[in-house]
Structures are given as C-alpha cells and as structure tokens.
Design a protein around this ligand. Structure first.
Ligand code: GLC
Length: 729
C-alpha cells in the first residue's frame, strides 16, 4: 500500500443526508477510485451501497471494500422505542433481540457498521442525548451496552446479518456542563472510572469491533485527542484492538477547542492521541501523509491503524462478500416477527408513574372494556413521525401505528372522540376550547402530550426548562378542570418537570417515543392486556434546578437525612444541611421506580454470611471471578399481592461505608425480572461477588476494602428494607 492508500483507509465521509456540518469533499466516485476513502455513511439502500462498492472493489488499485456505516440506534426500518425506553424495560435479552433485528435489516441494505450503542452515562435531563442512552447507572448501562453489542455482532461478525458495533461517545459526553450539548466536561479520575467508563468497558469486553470518540473536552483535554483515555485506558488497560472512529468533525474541532491552530496540528494531535479514523473532517486526507513524511507521525502508527480497519473489514467478510443482495433487501424489512418484537419492546418500555383512584373509585387504569366513550386529546395522539423518536435511521412515519389509529380500530369511530387540543409548540384558544368540548362528551380522557422528538430530543437539543412545551400545560389544566377521569401519556426523550400534573392527574405513563408499534402497545397497556413493568433508568426531577440528579450520589458531610424538606427550614438543624430551601432534594420519582397493575410486597433481605474477607474477594477479583465462594447469597421473598399476574424487576443495591473514598448511598449491583401470579411468592436470590464490593479507591486501584456493607433488595432505589454485613481484612 502506498502511504496515500494507507491514509485512504483512515478516512470516511457522509455520502447521504448529512447529519452534521459539511466538509466540502463530495467527489466520492473519484476519491474511491483513487483509494482515498475507507468508509462511507448515511447511505441507506443496497443499490447505493453497491454502486460505490463496485467502484472500490473493481476500479481501485487495491480493490479494498468500503465499510458502510449508519446511526442505527433503535432499529433500522423497524423502529423500536428510543434507547431510553428500551432501557426502561430492564430487559437486556429484549434489547439484544431488538439489536439483532436492527442488524438483520441494516445488513440487508449493505450497512455493516452501526454507530451504536450510546453508552454515555446521563445524569442531567437538560441534555437532549439522554434519550439515546441507557440512563444514569453504570451497572444497568453495562448490561445494556453488552446486550446491544451481542445483538448487533451476533455470534460471528462475518455472518451476513451481523454488523459492527460502535459504542459511543468515548468518554464523559453526558456530563456536559449545564446539560448543554458539546459543552466542557470536568470529571475526576475516580468519577470517570467509577461511573462513566464501566459501560464502555462492558461493550469492549463484549467484543465491540469499533468505538467512537466524543466532541467534548474532558478536564480540558478534548476527548478526540486524549491519550489518557484513548490509549492508556482503552488500549493499554483494556486491550481494545478495534478501530477508534472520530465523531463527525471532532478532529477539525480541535482547532475550536484551542489545542490546534491549523488542520495539520489537529490531524496530528487526534491521530497520535488515539483516533484511527477521521469521520468527515477530511483532515487526515489533507495532512496525514505529509505528517508522516515530515516525521511528525511515525508511519508505524499509521500501519497499526490501517491494520485495525482492515481487520474489521476482514472480520465482517467484506473481502469475500462485498456486495449486498438488492433482491432480498425489501423482504428483510418490517417482518411480522420484528413488528411483534417492536410491540413487546414498547409495552415493556412504558413506566407507570401514577395510577391513583379516580375520586372514590378504583384506579383508573387499566381502562374497563366497558368504557363507552374515550376522548383522545393532544398533539402526540396521532403523530406518526414523532413516535419514531430521534435518530430513526430508515424508519418511516407511514410505518407507525399511532394511538389514535389503534383506538379507532378497537372502539370504532363512535367510541372515540379525538381533538388535537394544541400543537407541541404553539396552538390556538379554539383548539383548546374544542378539546374541552370533546372531553366533556367522554367517559374518560386520554391526554397525549410531550416533546417534539427531532427538535427537542437527541443531539443538539438541550433544554434549560423541562416543563411541557408550548401551551400543553394550559390544555392539561383545562381538561382536568372538566372533572373527567384523565390518563396522561407523556411522550418525551427525558423526564419532564410537571409537579402540577403529578398532583392533579390520577394516572400518568411515561411512554417515551415507542416506535412503529406505539398504538397497539399503548392500547394493550391501557386496557390491561399487558401489565406495565417498566422502571425508570433516570431520576425524575421535580425542578430543573435539581439537575444533575442521580440516585447513586454521595451522602455529603451534611446529609438532609429525614428532615422534612417540603418546607423551608425551621431552625439551624434543618437549615445547615445539603438542601434547597424551595424544593425537596428527592426526585419526583426515583431511579428504578415503576408501578404496575399488581402490587408487590418485598420481604426482609436474608444473607448467607455476616462477614466477608476483603483478601478473598480481592483474590477472586484478580482471578477475574464474578461470583465465587468469597461471595454472599442475598435473598428476599417477593409476593404479588395484586389480582393480576405481572413481571417485577427486583433490584439489589449495595452501600459501602468506612472506605478510603466516599461511595454512593446506594449502588445497583443486580437485578432480576420475575414473573408472579396473583398471590404467588418467589424467593429471589442474588449471588453477590467481588464486583459488587470493589471500587476505585484512594490509590486509584479497583479493589475491595474492609467496610460496613448495607444491602437492599427493593423495587426501586429509594425504598426497601436493608440487611448489613461486614467486610473484614
Ligand atoms: C453525530 C453524532 C454521533 C453520530 C455521528 C454520525 O454528530 O454525535 O452520535 O454517530 O454524528 O451521524
């Protein structure tokens, strides 16, 4: 390979609908013919892929196939719920199956590389990309990251329906100051290692073939030119052998960051900092060969990066099978079993936040099949495009079954009254008046409110206010004022601060953006054909001022403890603690929270041991043990005291005290989905080993120390009874 041909393998461009700033080079046919392109992305059909692939394989000197990438983050054509919704299922197997469908569909169109999963820990709901990931917890985030990688890559990467995963955005992107996308990030090495790195480590351990860098600076060093994270941690500590891809023009953005004064310096610092492939900035094309010739970049480093790219192409089988079968493409899309899975995923994604009794009656949900007339009101009730969420790949609005369509089919035109009520942003008094009249004719009102997915969630969609946009709050209050029973469905890419709604509306469901089967899934959940089981993966704030808000926080030296924070402090004891004077510290709803149509009772946790040995646990840790004889069995009885069968995600939390660094008041260390029939009790057992007790200590080592341990087996991160044990030397 000539030096230019080597550099060509380290360059990729968006050759389809751009999803970011442009770069000017668009003569792809001649660039490919000259061996100047290693990958293209944003192309989405087998025909287009084959056109470019033929040029690479039949007209270039080395005939190296191109790699085609795309953001397939919650489905390719069969759109599943947004990742925040998928994670709310707490079902990694479901996520793996959804990723498998996405891989099968994307690969049928010649896409063999997805820029997914998003594994950024997200603690701040102001950040729009919270929608794209799996929430605030590293344990759950790690389980989801691994599931996506397994689903995309399958058991063999060279299988025709496998695609290379690309966990992103490495690293710390979700900690953007102020929740403002692309903003600076400051994280101590302890926090980085304890909370933000584990999901990436899990994705790498699951065999991710590639990984994507991030736009943000991390402790003043841009993540896309950061030898500490990209080389020391990723390569030396974790042994990652895959390709590091830049995010869009993040190589060029090193100039804006202020660590490079021209393109050549930016290319040099990104490449030597650990970025193998330049997405879209064209600076590796423009400068890398010259940087090698001038001796500023060793050619051996370029060879290493090229080998990584070629290994991925070989592993995908692209040299043997570079082309896509255009005839088979359509048959792969929207298969019945894929749609059924999309509906199941949506059903499991919904989080029932509130379901109180209508005045003097039973809880409003599930709706009785005897319900004669339903009023469906709101801008998200019949909006096919928004149900797809952000980053909808080749999802099409016409594929979506909305709640209005599903209800009309079930109830008939006479049984359903519909009014849009307002716009997501904007709307008129007449619309609201019409909606009120519609509500007054019905037995029950379903309100579908929330955000505009493409405009308000995902990338470059940070919000400083987290309430209902536009005039939706006004509509909500007018509808509640009719006195009709109201069920509020929230369609959003983040938690929304809506204290009035949670006080005045009897039933509220977080529906996120549920994908192509939104309507059928919501119908089955609303009428009780399926029992909601979703749980929050992010803490739900009462007020935006609480952000960033997360359950696994440190206790501080002045915890508010059991002080009543619903009112201003009465005395010094209530004042001089870590608190606001105008809002309680607690979330509206905690991480791990979610109701169902059943009720579950948790027994006291029982431990198989009262004492563990730090030495034995560390020995196991060094041996790579997950759970061993140094472990402890934790069990608790969980009973369904309701009248419906249901699935409950039982959670295990651990707290360590007396350690060399302060650790969270709770840390998720296990979860299990259990199915319980009415009246049934199951003994749920967790084997808790070294991973649950090890942490990044004051010597920057991941180890177990003597500690007082508190353990909960509970329905969420803020309730449940506890058991304690000691870890001794
Ligand atoms: C974007 C996003 C990244 C995506 C890439 C390609 O700017 O940050 O998540 O994979 O561009 O579309």
């Amino acid at each position: 390979m000539t030096l230019e041909e080597k550099v060509g393998q380290l360059v990729q461009y968006s050759a389809g609908q751009p999803t970011g700033p442009g770069t000017g080079r668009t003569d792809y046919d001649s660039m490919i013919r000259k061996g100047e392109v290693g990958a293209l992305f944003n192309i989405t059909t087998a025909r287009e892929v084959n056109v470019y692939q033929r040029i690479a394989v039949e007209q270039s000197r080395l005939r190296i196939p191109l790699l085609f990438g795309l953001d397939v983050i919650h489905g390719f054509r069969t759109e599943f719920p947004i990742p925040l919704g998928l994670a709310s299922s707490w079902d990694p197997q479901l996520v793996e199956r959804a990723a498998r469908v996405a891989a099968r569909e994307a690969s049928a169109s010649g896409i063999r590389w997805t820029f997914s999963p998003v594994v950024d820990i997200a603690r701040d709901a102001r950040w729009g990309r919270m929608a794209e990931g799996s929430g605030e917890d590293p344990y759950l985030g790690s389980a989801m990251a691994s599931a996506y990688v397994r689903g995309y890559q399958g058991t063999r990467l060279d299988a025709a329906d496998s695609i290379a995963a690309c966990p992103k955005h490495f690293v710390g992107y979700g900690a953007a100051e102020g929740g403002r996308d692309y903003n600076s990030v400051e994280l101590s090495e302890h926090t980085l290692r304890q909370f933000y790195l584990p999901p990436f480590h899990a994705a790498v351990d699951a065999g991710a073939a590639t990984l994507m860098g991030a736009f943000n600076s991390l402790n003043a060093v841009p993540a896309s030119a950061n030898p500490f994270t990209l080389r020391q941690i990723l390569r030396t500590e974790w042994g990652f052998q895959g390709v590091v891809d830049s995010d869009w023009t993040s190589v060029a953005e090193l100039v804006a960051h202020g660590i490079a004064n021209d393109g050549a310096a930016a290319a040099r610092k990104a490449f030597l900092g650990g970025v193998d492939m330049d997405m879209a900035s064209s600076l590796y094309h423009d400068h890398l060969a010259q940087l090698v010739r001038s001796g500023e970049v060793p050619e051996a480093r370029v060879d290493e990066a090229v080998r990584r790219v070629l290994r991925v192409k070989f592993a995908l089988g692209l040299f043997e099978h570079p082309y896509s079968d255009e005839v088979k493409e359509a048959a792969a899309m929207l298969r019945p079993e894929s749609l059924t899975l999309a509906r199941t995923a949506a059903e499991q994604s919904f989080v029932l936040l509130k379901n109180s009794a209508s005045p003097g009656g039973a809880p409003i949900l599930p709706l009785s099949t005897e319900t004669r007339t339903i009023a469906l009101i709101g801008p998200l009730a019949d909006d096919q495009n928004n149900m797809l969420g952000s980053w909808a790949a080749r999802g099409r609005a016409e594929d979506v079954v909305t709640l209005r369509a599903a209800l009309t089919q079930k109830l008939g035109v006479d049984g359903l009254r519909y009014a849009k009520g307002t716009e997501i942003i904007g709307g008129s008094d007449d619309q609201i008046a019409d909606a009120v009249r519609t509500a007054e004719q019905a037995d029950v009102v379903i309100l579908a409110l929330g955000e505009d997915a493409p405009a308000m969630t995902g990338e470059a969609a940070s919000r400083a206010h987290l309430g209902l946009p536009g005039r939706q709050q006004q509509l909500l209050e007018k509808i509640v004022a009719t006195g009709k029973p109201v069920v509020l469905l929230l369609f959003s890419g983040r938690p929304l601060t809506m204290p009035w709604a949670f006080e005045h509306v009897p039933a509220v469901v977080a529906a996120w953006f549920p994908g192509v089967q939104a309507g059928p899934a919501l119908l089955r959940a609303l009428f009780g054909e399926v029992n909601p089981s979703g749980k929050l993966v992010v803490s739900w704030p009462r007020a935006v001022g609480q952000e960033p808000l997360y359950y696994n926080a440190l206790n501080t030296g002045r915890p508010a403890g059991n002080i009543d924070l619903t009112r201003p402090p009465k005395n010094g004891d209530e004042k001089f603690v870590s608190r606001y004077i105008d809002v309680p510290n607690s979330p509206q709803f905690p991480f791990g929270y979610g109701l169902s149509y059943s009720n579950y009772q948790y027994g006291q946790p029982r431990l198989s041991k009262e004492q563990l040995s730090a030495g034995a646990l560390n020995d196991e840790l060094c041996a790579g043990g997950r759970a061993s004889n140094a472990a402890v069995e934790v069990s608790a009885d969980v009973t369904n005291t309701g009248t419906r069968a249901g699935e409950e995600t039982v959670q295990l939390y651990v707290r360590l005290q007396g350690t060399s660094v302060a650790l969270p008041v709770r840390a998720l260390s296990g979860f299990q989905r259990v199915t319980l029939t009415p009246g049934e009790t199951k003994k749920v057992t967790f084997t808790v080993g070294p991973d649950a007790f090890a942490f990044w200590n004051d010597q920057n080592k991941f180890a177990v120390e003597p500690a007082r341990v508190t353990i909960w087996v509970s329905p969420d991160s803020s309730s449940g009874s506890e058991a304690t044990l000691q870890i001794v030397k």
